[in-house]
Design a protein around this ligand. Sequence first.
Ligand SMILES: NC(=O)c1ccc[n+]([C@@H]2O[C@H](COP(=O)([O-])OP(=O)(O)OC[C@H]3O[C@@H](n4cnc5c(N)ncnc54)[C@H](OP(=O)(O)O)[C@@H]3O)[C@@H](O)[C@H]2O)c1
Length: 294
Amino acid sequence: MLLVTGANGRLAQATIRELRTIAGGAAIAVTTRDPDAPAAARLALEGVEVRRADFADPESLPAAFAGVRKALVISTMAPNDVRFRLHANAIDAARAAGVEHVVYTSMLGASAEAITEHSRLVHHPTEEHLKASGLDWTVLRHSLYAETLLDDLDRTLATGLLRRPGGERAAAYIARDDLGRSAATVLANDDHAGRVYSETMSATLTGAEIAAALSTAAGRQIGYAPMPSAAWPAYFAEVLGLPAELLTSAGETMRALEAGEFDVVTEDYAAITGRAPTTLAEFLAAHPAFAAPR
Ligand SMILES: NC(=O)c1ccc[n+]([C@@H]2O[C@H](COP(=O)([O-])OP(=O)(O)OC[C@H]3O[C@@H](n4cnc5c(N)ncnc54)[C@H](OP(=O)(O)O)[C@@H]3O)[C@@H](O)[C@H]2O)c1
């Protein structure tokens, strides 16, 4: 049996969609904290086995991993000071349940020295914990989701300006659906053990290049307005309607971008899937935000 955790999440949904196409006759199960939420409930109706699991509740985990041969453990969205423990709980439970192979979704540049706070405090220790677990393992280090470029799309279109830190510095992005495809491919095939993949588009992008792609997609001129990474938490908090204190880690991610931590291109996505990664122009053209005139 193949298992995907966090069934209500967007990466999980993309992965499960692809996995159901390519996994042949393999049984598929998913876990979620909330089996009654719409995405998980729909999967259950479609015949996917939905199990309740919360990495913060170790007692929920033995039954969640029972009978599973290979599991994709999707990193959580929780404060950085608790996330490593959540992931370690999942890995430990998988091993105890007899799972053979765990695939983990990490972050581009994860290391003990990474500037990106969650790479340093969450993904790096989780990778180390997994590698030391005795399980077969695969690490999928994701670059920045292309979707993050659209978090403030209304503001970008209203002002005609894409506001982002980075200046001339380029960074790696990738579409979440591509990451779902590659995660499903790794899960469904047995030749990826002991590999760390860093998944990026075929080119890195500067703010000006992203603004140019947005201009093409939107059919009107959008400029690029650089801002210092220190200003990002306040700006992003205002866009999201959240307190800026909750977004200090996002500021660190932008500081890492400025420092070049994401200025990396690899061919790992194509090596896994046999396909070229979606370009930013393709991603924007297919995105619902640009499907109808705004
Ligand atoms: N590279 C990037 O730019 C980037 C951007 C955003 C996020 N990420 C990371 O990638 C992950 C997937 O992204 P996404 O866009 O799919 O995020 P999302 O839609 O917000 O999904 C969050 C995921 O975390 C799971 N989760 C949260 N707390 C959990 C817990 N205590 N135990 C088990 N699962 C838990 C959720 O599962 P259920 O709700 O079904 O339990 C869900 O799958 C994120 O969680 C985050 O770690 C990366």
